[in-house]
Design a protein around this ligand. Sequence first.
Ligand code: SF4
Length: 72
Amino acid sequence: MTECNVSGNKRGCNCTYEPCPRKGICCECIAYHRRNGELPACYFNEMEERTYDRSVENFIKIYRNMKKGSAG
Ligand code: SF4
């Protein structure tokens, strides 16, 4: 069985919510946010991540704005 690479995952993690006990444990991270209708920090850019609004609605809003920006 493969061990979880927590320290490696942490190096690639953009989440700024430091007290989180799930940091680096990506399976717990995504399960937690999925339960709450959210996505993990790594779906958001640096600025948006810091708002801690990880809702699917916010993700869709950002994604749509990005698409509009690239279309025009
Ligand atoms: S994205 Fe959420 S669950 Fe994952 S490390 Fe950050 S605060 Fe914790």
